[in-house]
Write a protein that binds this ligand. Structure first.
Ligand code: AMP
Ligand code: ZN
Ligand code: FE
Ligand code: FE
Length: 297
């Protein structure tokens, strides 16, 4: 036993989104809400950007909550299955990496640009059947934010086409819909290596979440572990109890950390802050591996 940097009952949520990507609340608001929800530590992990870090850091100090600076990186796992090459969209969380690391920052920018182009193309397709308008969507999007389907979902909600984001994802914005357009994303093994080279700690977000589409087999996770993956986000609302058990076992076999988090998106998703949490010993390991410190007030 060790005393630890986090004595007593400590609530840690390592995955949230703000208006810097596709959450509905400003970064500082997410952090303030995390403190109000009783969390002791929160990570801000916007998609493919660190733009929310300064606002989140100021709010962490003001609200006496610790902040883990992170990001959720869009990637794709490429593997062979039943004689076919498969490309599966995956998300790699990066914690405590150097934001000035050029290869990682440039790759994030490349993905954000590809996402913007993809959003415009989806709007063009949607405009054939719905009165969506790119300028109207842009006016509702934080300047420089990482644009995703949630921004299009919100436009469809404003038009009364669907009642909420989730309904949009189940219908018009679903990956199988005729309006869906994919976007560029680097290979997950390369993302894991880049995060490590930037001094970050890579954790596979919701590895078994089939609601997002196809998932990857265990041997792909093993390859990512060989490339430097540090952990699996096993405790996540998109996993069944059996999947959680399986991922916890796999993590033990591969020597990976196990995390849990809410994947909070504000009002955009039912996920509530602190609904899944990470053990303090795991956060200590993450902090020891990362190049940045956890911000403590
Ligand atoms: P995209 O990355 O643009 O393909 O859009 C998918 C992202 O939308 C995922 O990363 C989800 O986190 C996010 N999202 C936000 N709200 C919802 C929702 N209600 N249902 C599904 N996905 C959502
Ligand atoms: Zn998201
Ligand atoms: Fe994700
Ligand atoms: Fe997420």
């Amino acid at each position: 036993m060790h005393a630890g940097r986090y004595p007593g009952a400590v609530l840690i949520d390592l995955h949230t989104h703000s208006t810097a990507s596709d959450g509905t609340d400003a970064p500082g608001q997410v952090v303030a809400d995390a403190a109000a929800a009783g969390l002791d530590v929160v990570a801000l992990t916007d998609h493919d950007t660190v733009a929310g870090w300064p606002d989140a850091a100021a709010a962490a100090r003001a609200n006496r909550i610790a902040l883990v600076r992170g990001a959720e990186l869009s990637a794709q796992a490429v593997f062979e299955a039943e004689g076919r090459e498969r490309h599966v969209s995956v998300h790699i969380l990066s914690y405590l990496h150097d934001p000035a690391d050029a290869p990682l920052a440039q790759e994030c920018e490349r993905v954000r640009t590809a996402r913007l182009d993809r959003a415009r193309r989806m709007v063009d397709l949607l405009a054939r059947d719905y009165p969506v308008d790119w300028d109207e969507i842009a006016a509702h999007t934080e300047p420089g934010a990482t644009v995703g389907r949630p921004h299009l979902a919100d436009a469809l909600v404003r038009l009364g086409v669907v009642p909420d984001r989730s309904a949009a994802f189940e219908t018009v914005l679903h990956a199988g819909s005729p309006y869906y357009v994919p976007h560029y994303a680097p290979r997950a093994v390369d993302t894991v290596r880049r995060v490590r080279e930037a001094g970050g700690v890579p954790v596979f977000a919701h590895p078994a979440a089939s609601v997002r589409g196809r998932t990857v087999p265990d041997d792909v996770i093993e390859e990512l572990a060989d490339a430097g993956l540090a952990g699996l986000e096993a405790h996540h609302r998109d996993h069944t109890p059996d999947q959680v058990d399986h991922l916890v076992g796999l993590a033990a076999r591969l020597g990976l950390l196990v995390t849990g988090s809410s994947d909070y998106h504000g009002a955009g998703k039912p996920n509530r802050l602190a609904e899944n949490t990470t053990a303090p010993e795991v956060l200590e390991r993450i902090e020891d591996m990362g190049t940045l410190a956890v911000i403590r007030s």
